[in-house]
Design a protein around this ligand. Structure first.
Ligand SMILES: C[S@@+](CC[C@H](N)C(=O)[O-])C[C@H]1O[C@@H](n2cnc3c(N)ncnc32)[C@H](O)[C@@H]1O
Length: 267
């Protein structure tokens, strides 16, 4: 297969990646045959998945709009993925052009595209780092330059914590990011679950694990537990489409998203 210019030689084209499989599901074009094969097998088992992932992106946009309206103008987007329409900086800048955004991802394709998208902008940047190494993220020159932790920061962990198994202590990592952040900082989480979900969802999850890697699903109580001392913002931990839906977005069966969403506030 010919290597596109945006895929550096460090990228193994034969090995599917979570970021690129997600890109396939969202109808993006930054993926390879290996990613498309996995994505197809997963949607064969779970045809609802692309709609769920769109609902996830819609939650992310609503949460960012809500935060900017509430005066939070700094965003640390951990596991930001390959940018698609309506990225965090676009949504945030529409509401307040002074917002600052740092994207973080382990996937080289995701980081390359995020960098290309924000090239020349002085209020957004992308960092190639593993969120399980908070020092790498917090001390990265882009984070230090753009984010002021003496003022509220929104830490976004949207559809990324399933890639952080319990052994890696997701709650401890969250404390590490929110610890140095000023009161009024927020944590935004969306998280896959199998609590009460259809049986065939488990089949799709197993296939993802076999082909791509770790994928932890957590219960509502476990997702709530990740927020530790933070105060959950109304309506608490709910299914994606139940989190402050825009008019016309109400969902007759939110449970089908099999994904919880929540925002927590420090202090
Ligand atoms: C399902 S995508 C979610 C993208 C975006 N947050 C969204 O909700 O649209 C998960 C992203 O997390 C990234 N990721 C997985 N583990 C990570 C880690 N340990 N550190 C940073 N990024 C990670 C993947 O590369 C992928 O781009």
């Amino acid at each position: 297969m010919e290597r596109p210019t945006w895929a550096g030689t460090e990228i193994d084209l034969q090995r599917p990646s979570a970021a690129r499989v997600y890109d396939v599901h969202l109808g993006g074009s930054h993926n390879f045959q290996a990613d498309r094969d996995v994505a197809r097998r997963i949607t064969d088992a779970m045809p609802e998945l692309p709609a769920i992932l769109r609902a996830n992106r819609n939650f992310l946009r609503r949460a960012v709009r809500h935060l900017v309206a509430d005066g939070v103008t700094q965003f640390l987007d951990l596991g930001s993925g390959i940018p698609t329409a309506g990225t965090v900086h676009e949504v945030a800048w529409r509401a307040d052009p002074a917002c600052r955004v740092v994207y973080v991802d382990t996937d080289a394709v995701a980081v390359a595209h995020s960098r290309a998208l924000v090239a020349g902008a002085d209020r957004a940047a992308a960092v190639h780092a593993d969120l399980r190494r908070p020092d790498d993220v917090l001390n990265a020159p882009e984070t230090v330059r753009l984010l002021d932790f003496t003022r509220p920061v929104a830490v976004l962990m949207v559809a990324v914590l399933p890639f952080v198994p319990d052994e890696d202590d997701p709650a401890g990592l969250i404390r590490r990011y929110l610890g140095p952040a000023a009161p009024g900082s927020r944590l935004v989480v969306s998280h896959a679950t199998q609590e009460g979900s259809e049986e065939h969802y488990a089949e799709a999850t197993d296939h993802f694990r076999r082909c791509v890697g770790e994928f932890a699903v957590r219960t509502r109580a476990e997702v709530a537990g990740l927020f530790g001392d933070l105060t959950l913002v109304d309506p608490g931990v709910v299914y994606l489409t139940e989190w402050r839906p825009d008019p016309g977005e109400e969902d007759a069966d939110p449970r089908r998203t099999s994904t919880f969403a929540a925002v927590g506030r420090k202090g």
